[in-house]
Write a protein that binds this ligand. Structure first.
Ligand SMILES: [Zn+2]
Length: 343
């Protein structure tokens, strides 16, 4: 949520309370029609056939995929919000058993209901780093993969082939590209959000350079459908280009904001350098830092929203949080430190 200069001053000692009240009473911009996904019926989920035995499943908040072959079904991810509806989604299309389960990555919000769709014969496939991460937080709902790979793996089941590729760390270690060539479907979770702004904090990604780079790598694939793992609508190439533009704008606006904080710019420079919170809390370095980061991110967020508000769903909901993460990315990964550098 955005903090204005004045709200920082007014709520310097209780900014969290201010923010929580703000979110409960705030009305956000109307969603653009391009943000709308398939209608979700009373069953609580929708299944979208993409051709060649490929299907996307969504509950409007999360997405999963499955492929029907002549010798069993391959399921990719089982988000807990979809849960056992994944079994109904598959069962309404085919009598074939689920023989393979793929984890896109280790995060529980995408694979946290895995145990619902497997039996002792199901092969679970994931990148080796996903297995390592899952070992750190043992969870019976996310059983460890039974087959791992490091670079690429072609999963062949009956008449279906699914290409699994690792292009290096992006959203998190082990997050893989899942490519169904027959239907020209590419699934890469937590990178592109078709029709929407990225989720808070650049999709809670742990490697921002890799996450940004993935926007270009996605476009190297020959795909017609893109499954991003979130919300309802399936994406296409233009959604990737649009989000890449949003991220570029965010990057440039945040870099400009940091540069301005090192100047006497009356809008941002003086405010950030003085640090309004720090001004009320002399000697409290964290308070000064928080004031600096909030002001810088707010400036970047407002500039970015001038162009994107109302064009991407939820841009006004998460652009401040995305700007905050981008400012930290610029500072830590790109050495863009503004006034925090002695020249
Ligand atoms: Zn994730």
């Amino acid at each position: 949520m955005k903090l204005s200069y004045f709200s920082i001053l007014l709520f310097a000692s209780s900014s969290q309370q201010c923010s929580h009240t703000e979110i409960l009473t705030k009305t956000f911009a109307k969603l653009p029609t391009t943000a709308k996904g398939p209608s979700i019926g009373s069953a609580g989920y929708a299944v979208q056939p993409l051709g060649a035995g490929t299907y996307m499943v969504t509950d409007g908040l999360y997405q999963a995929m499955f492929l029907v072959s002549s010798k069993g079904v391959i399921v990719v991810d089982v988000p807990p919000t979809i849960g056992k509806n994944m079994l109904y989604a598959v069962g309404n299309v085919t009598d074939q058993p689920i023989t393979h389960l793929i984890y896109s990555h280790a995060h529980a919000d995408h694979i946290g209901a895995a145990s619902l769709v497997i039996n002792k014969h199901t092969q679970i496939v994931a990148h080796k780093d996903t297995k390592e991460l899952l070992k750190q937080t043992p969870d019976p709902l996310r059983p460890l993969p039974t087959k791992t790979f490091s670079q690429s793996y072609d999963l062949k089941v009956g008449n279906q082939t699914l290409n699994l590729l690792y292009e290096g760390e992006n959203h998190v270690r082990g997050n893989i590209y899942i490519y169904a060539k027959a239907s020209k479907t590419l699934m890469l979770v937590d990178v592109i959000f078709p029709g929407w702004a990225p989720f808070s904090g650049l999709a809670v990604s742990s490697n921002i350079p890799g996450w940004i780079d993935a926007h270009d790598r996605i476009l190297e694939y020959d795909f017609q459908y893109y499954i991003g793992g979130h919300l309802g609508r399936i994406g296409d190439r233009s959604d990737v280009v649009i989000q890449r533009d949003y991220v570029k704008d965010l990057f440039n606006n945040c870099k400009n904001a940091i540069d301005l904080t090192a100047t006497a710019d009356p809008v941002i420079g003086a405010n950030a350098i003085l640090g309004p919170i720090g001004g009320l809390n002399p000697g409290n370095s964290w308070a000064q830092f928080k004031g600096y980061l909030d002001i810088t991110a707010e400036y970047c967020s407002n500039k970015t929203l001038d162009k994107w508000n109302g064009k991407l769903g939820g841009a006004d909901v998460f652009t401040f949080e995305n700007a905050y993460k981008m400012v930290e990315h610029l500072r830590i990964d790109w050495n863009v430190l503004g006034p925090f550098r002695k020249v």
